[in-house]
Ligand binder design. Structure first.
Ligand code: GAR
Length: 217
């Protein structure tokens, strides 16, 4: 295997997706290493877990900076100091400036709990239920300047059941998020996910198809 890609995970809260990435990256053959966790919220639940696990962790409180660009300068400096090559947004709830997004073009991933391009933004699960869709899911994609937009790397689908609430649907989707995000980061870090225009081509066949399309979980 070639050298592991130094990856930063950006969080704002609970950090359960961060946790799944950190745990996956412990496998000797995983092509990314989690070299940094950065949180824009000092009180994010995930921060304590990351520190406890011995993962280098920084808090860059966006409220301490006069502008979005100033915040991003501090973030970029932490990424540079730690030699970061890939960035994984995991419940990171700050919009990035186009300059920052452009700098990290095709090297920054995000996970969103819907089958994009449907249901971007907040209250995703409520809106999916209100729309009456039968299938929901999650998407890992390369980040572009528009929120929850960009070339799709991996998706997983789950059923929407009658009687679902936003909470029950979110919990069902979160389970597959925890499998899809490590699978998607693996593809990118291994150089197996390549851009063809704004579409992602996977150079090897996906080795775990049930991970990416898991209708019954
Ligand atoms: C996850 O469900 C993630 O998909 C979502 O926030 C949650 C974070 O949970 N992200 C977005 O909605 C991005 N638009 P976590 O902190 O436990 O990973």
């Amino acid at each position: 295997m070639t050298r592991k890609k130094r990856t930063a995970i950006l969080i704002s809260g609970r950090g359960s997706n961060m946790r799944s990435l950190v745990e996956a990256a412990r496998a000797p053959d995983y092509p990314a290493e989690i070299a940094l966790v950065a949180s824009n919220r000092p009180d994010a639940e995930g921060v304590a877990w990351a520190i406890d696990q011995g993962v280098p962790t920084v808090i860059i409180d966006h409220k301490a900076y006069p502008s979005r660009a100033d915040f991003e300068r501090a973030l970029q400096s932490a990424l540079d100091t730690n030699g970061i090559e890939l960035v994984a947004l995991a419940g990171f709830m700050r919009l990035m400036t186009p300059d920052f997004v452009e700098y990290w073009r095709d090297r920054m991933l995000n996970i969103h709990p819907s089958l994009l391009p449907s249901f971007k933004g907040l209250n995703t699960h409520e809106r999916a239920i209100a729309a009456g869709v039968r299938i929901a899911g999650c998407t890992v994609h390369f980040v572009r300047a528009e929120m929850d937009e960009g070339p799709i790397i991996a998706q997983a689908a789950v059923p929407v059941l009658s009687g679902d609430t936003a909470e029950t649907l979110a919990a069902r989707i979160l389970k597959v998020e925890h499998r899809v995000y490590p699978a998607a980061l693996r593809l990118v870090a291994a150089g197996e996910a390549r851009l063809d225009g704004e579409k992602v081509l996977i150079s090897s066949d996906v080795s775990e198809p049930d991970t990416l399309f898991a209708p019954t979980i």
